[in-house]
Design a protein around this ligand. Structure first.
Ligand code: GDG
Length: 461
């Protein structure tokens, strides 16, 4: 097997993952198993670009990073990636900014990154590019002479054609995707949206899972991402996590805890979730003094205006709910706007009777999976999950809700509160089986196995 070269906008620390971000959690595992190279942005913003690539090897994995200039950071990262592609791919046309300047810089940064990676490549490398920041990266590598096999995985949804084609440069982006050999999506629905574009908009053709257009053929498939199921379950069941949980449980007087954990992002449906919780308290007075909702929401992309507004909105809503319902010895909602460690997170999931995961749109959602993996199998909690998370397609044994329907979510929370042990165990077992069969190791192996075979397929064709 060739060396794995992973490329993503942000490169993980490799020293143990403590920060928020699904991608970092997943990729560190895959690279450590293959002693690979991880290439991307250093996280540093500098005044003028240096061509220097910083390299460092930790636990057998080499981390190779480049800096971004202030202008690149504004236009490529905050601009095209996070103020255009991110909202658009999550169906928030109202928030998408179609600025040509952003797009030009996005292209230029992708080209600069590709040129920086070329000298580090070996002939038999398998190159795996990640996510929406780097859609044209493969095309830029090819332009610079790269012959190695190229795979791409999109961590966020691929939108329906009517939404995607509002982007003035939609054709350029799909053309760029066609430069890869294998293109992976989170769900079959995302893959179908891509296929729909290729067939109807680009006038392409399909042969099994191969799609052809613009004179190129790619294999397009769904590869739903998983978590490190066993490791996470072990961490949640560890003596330390149990001690933490016991202490925290005493602090909330053994009330039924509902937990939400999300990067502070408008796609995660937090205001709608707070509304649903308020409806629960309004419609079911027996919850008063009996439930406690804990929302962990570390800030991300704190410089983008929408994220600043969201933070203010949530603070106001939390104040309103507590002002309306709190009693001298009961705080209905605790809202924590900073990151906690992964071990603390595991313990908190485990002591929470309900995991409330209600994004308005989400590629997969790893929190849903972590919540289930962290439960005590003998006395598991209940996952309440949005139908608009990719995870809902893999986790039908969760209680599936429409996050826009506050009263419906409130009814489901009440149902979860009263679910008997037998049903909780049955649902948990079924969910755990899925998580074990589709963990993050299996995800990476399946993708990379297929990427290796793509060429053989091409030769045989
Ligand atoms: C993208 C896609 C897809 C959160 N708060 C803390 C913390 N986290 C960790 C969670 C989880 C991760 O961050 C978030 O992952 P998600 O999957 O929920 O969401 P995104 O960050 O939007 O990820 C998503 C994912 O990529 C993978 O493909 O599932 O759809 O949007 O692991 O635990 N971790 C710690 N402290 C926190 O306060 N330690």
């Amino acid at each position: 097997m060739g060396r794995l070269v992973a490329v993503s906008n942000r490169v993980g620390s490799l020293r143990g993952v403590t920060r928020a971000g699904g991608l970092a959690v997943a990729l560190t595992e895959a690279l450590q198993a293959r002693r690979g190279l991880w290439f991307g942005w250093s996280g540093n913003v500098v005044e003028s670009a240096a061509e220097h690539v910083e390299q460092q090897t930790i636990n057998g994995v080499t981390r190779a990073t480049v800096d971004l200039t202030t202008r690149e950071h504004d236009d490529y990262y905050n601009g095209f990636a996070n103020a255009c592609l991110w909202p658009l791919f999550h169906y928030r046309l109202d928030l998408a900014s179609f600025d040509r300047r952003f797009y030009d810089r996005y292209q230029r940064v992708n080209r600069r990154f590709a040129q920086a990676l070329i000298p580090l490549l070996r002939d038999d490398d398998l190159i795996w590019v990640h996510d929406y920041h780097l859609l044209p990266f493969g095309e830029m590598l090819r332009e610079a002479g790269c012959q190695q096999k190229l795979g791409f995985f999109l961590h966020i949804p691929f939108p329906v054609r009517e939404i995607f084609t509002t982007l003035p440069m939609h054709e350029c982006l799909v053309r760029a995707l066609m430069a890869y050999d294998l293109v992976g999506f989170q769900t079959e629905a995302d893959r179908q949206c891509f296929e729909d574009y290729v067939l109807r908009e680009a006038g392409g053709t399909r042969d099994g899972d191969r799609l052809s257009a613009y004179g190129r053929t790619v294999v397009a498939r769904a590869f739903p991402i998983g978590i490190d199921t066993e490791q996470f379950a072990a961490m949640a069941g560890s003596e330390e996590a149990r001690r933490d949980a016991k202490r925290l449980k005493a602090a909330i007087f053994n009330r039924v805890q509902i937990i939400g954990v999300d990067r502070l992002d408008y796609t995660k449906g937090m205001p709608e979730r707070f509304n649903a919780y308020e409806k629960l308290l309004e419609n079911y007075p027996d919850t008063h003094g009996q439930v406690s909702f804990l929302q962990i929401a570390p800030t991300s992309r704190g410089e983008v205006a929408e994220y600043i507004h969201l933070r203010q909105e949530l603070e106001t809503m939390a104040g309103h709910i507590n002002g309306r319902f709190a009693q001298l010895d009961w705080t209905p909602l605790r809202y924590i706007n900073r990151a906690i460690t992964r071990r603390q997170l595991a313990g908190l999931y485990r002591m929470s009777r309900i995991g409330l995961v209600t994004p308005l749109r989400d590629g997969m959602n790893l929190v849903a999976k972590e919540y289930v993996a962290a439960q005590d199998p003998n006395d598991p909690g209940v996952l309440v999950l949005s139908r608009f998370a990719g995870a809902a397609r893999q986790m039908p044994a969760a209680l599936i809700v429409n996050p826009y329907d506050a009263a419906g979510v409130a009814d489901t929370l009440q149902r979860a509160r009263h679910m008997d042990l037998g049903e909780r165990r049955e649902r948990h077992q079924e969910l755990m089986q899925g998580l074990r069969e589709n963990d993050v190791g299996q995800w990476a192996n399946t993708f990379l196995g297929m990427l290796e075979r793509v060429e053989l397929d091409a030769l045989a064709a």
